[in-house]
Ligand binder design. Structure first.
Ligand SMILES: Nc1ncnc2c1ncn2[C@@H]1O[C@H](COP(=O)(O)OP(=O)(O)OP(=O)(O)O)[C@@H](O)[C@H]1O
Ligand SMILES: [Mg+2]
Length: 261
């Protein structure tokens, strides 16, 4: 094995999420009407990383998201989450991966606390523990006193907070979020973003966060990957608390250029 290959394997074995030479073709390859939504994508997400994936509509973000979540299979290439295939080992991921969708996807016939308990029920947690855990997460997200409210009685921001509580309550190591705050007003979204970053960091999670918004990507990510149609990486940048305001401004400008190109 070459040194380069050995180091690549080392990186992927240790990565929380690994996409190796992944392509996704909708329809029969080569046939009329087939579409290559992802083209030979290589992407490793380290444990504890918060990756923001940014790209214009239709560039393949949700397709990548669905492959990581094990909802779709790649046409070719390798997808691994914690070293396992999320599509064929779907059951092994119960409780290991939590998803926050663009819409809150709460069950309207269940109260806030019953919605948060849902993931814990699927994990067969003892009933008393489920209720306690769900209550604690609702309180952490500022929803103490609303445990028994039904979704229709909550505002959009409150419902989205219930869905975040539901994702965190399962204590999954990996969080996948597909534009979870895009339907909210900017000030509510800003507060939830800050809360989300704090929770992910405090609990040592790995997160993949999909967004259309450059500002949101800069707030959420410690790494940003910008995709261009068909889901190829056009820019990949990492930063941390030491990154200066000037550098951030340069990064913002570069992302704008890449998206406009
Ligand atoms: N099931 C499917 N069958 C055929 N084509 C599909 C399917 N799903 C996605 N596509 C195509 O693949 C491309 C990427 O779609 P995808 O939903 O991944 O984009 P996206 O980046 O998530 O866009 P948005 O920002 O609008 O959510 C689009 O051209 C879309 O039409
Ligand atoms: Mg999408």
């Amino acid at each position: 094995m070459t040194a380069a290959l050995a180091s690549e394997n080392l990186a992927s074995a240790d990565a929380a999420i690994h996409l190796g030479n992944v392509s996704k073709v909708f329809g029969k390859e080569g046939a009329d009407g087939s579409y290559r939504a992802v083209d030979r994508l290589n992407l490793d997400v380290a444990r504890g990383q918060m990756l923001a994936i940014l790209g214009k509509t239709g560039c393949g973000k949700s397709t990548i998201f669905n492959m990581i979540a094990g909802l779709t299979e790649p046409t070719s290439g390798t997808v691994r989450v914690s070293g396992k295939n999320p599509f064929s080992d779907f059951d092994a991921f119960r409780g290991k991966m939590a998803i926050v969708f663009q819409s809150d996807r709460l069950l309207p016939w269940r109260t806030a606390i019953q919605n948060v308990q849902l993931g814990l029920e699927m994990l067969d947690a003892p009933p008393a523990d489920r209720k306690d855990t769900a209550r604690q997460w609702l309180i952490k997200l500022g929803l103490g006193g609303h445990e028994d409210d039904f979704p229709h009685a909550l505002s959009g921001g409150m419902r989205q907070r219930v869905s975040i509580a539901r994702a965190f309550a399962t204590n999954a190591d990996i969080l996948l979020c597909d534009e979870p705050f895009s339907a909210l007003d900017e000030s509510t979204a800003g507060k939830l973003r800050a809360e989300f970053v704090r929770l992910v960091k405090e609990n040592g999670k790995t997160a993949v966060f999909i967004t259309h918004s450059i500002s949101e990507a800069l707030e959420i990510g410690d790494r940003i990957v910008v995709l261009k149609r068909p889901a190829m990486i056009a820019y990949d940048v990492s930063f941390n608390t030491d990154t200066s305001a000037e550098e951030r401004t340069l990064i913002r400008g570069r992302i704008g250029e890449v998206l406009a190109a």
